[in-house]
Design a protein around this ligand. Structure first.
Ligand code: HEC
Length: 127
């Protein structure tokens, strides 16, 4: 009886090794392609953020600022500064009806706010 145990054990081990390496490659591939899609389209100030600021903020945050706005948001450095210190997203994320929401005409779409948040998380790329 003892004679049979060793070969059976060896066979089981072989089966286990070949199965587990298959399972590993199955798990890897979809994950890698998923990440590549995201990295191909980095969010940049020039392509994605500047148009949002130009359309919604420059009526007041121009250079020099008008209508009582405290600073300009006309170029990358000015926008990055406010993105880094949290003011930009904070002002735009206030509840609808809060008189301090930016722009004062009303909260922009959640998709727009998500885009700005993703830009900040991607490292505030200029171009
Ligand atoms: C109609 C004019 C107007 C527009 C358009 C406008 N702002 Fe403002 N903004 C103001 C004024 C006035 C203040 C000063 C408010 C205060 O100090 O209470 C201000 C203050 C701010 C502040 C600093 C105070 C705070 O709440 O943190 C930020 C940041 C800001 N705006 C961002 C923006 C952004 C981003 C946009 C575009 C999405 C925008 N604003 C559009 C007039 C405007």
């Amino acid at each position: 009886m003892k004679k049979f145990i060793k070969p059976i054990f060896a066979l089981t081990l072989l089966l286990f090794i070949s199965c587990s390496s298959d399972a590993e490659s199955d798990l890897f591939e979809p994950e890698e392609t998923g990440e590549e899609v995201v990295e191909e389209t980095p969010i940049t100030y020039n392509d994605d953020i500047r148009p949002i600021i130009n359309n919604n903020c420059l009526a007041c945050h121009s250079d020099p600022p008008t209508n009582g706005a405290p600073f300009g948001l006309v170029n990358y450095d000015q926008v990055r500064l406010r993105a880094e210190n949290g003011q930009l997203l904070n002002a735009m994320s206030r509840q609808a009806g809060d008189p301090r929401i930016m722009p004062p005409s009303g909260r922009l779409s959640q998709a727009t706010l998500d885009l700005i948040e993703a830009w900040i998380q991607d490292g505030l790329l200029e171009e």
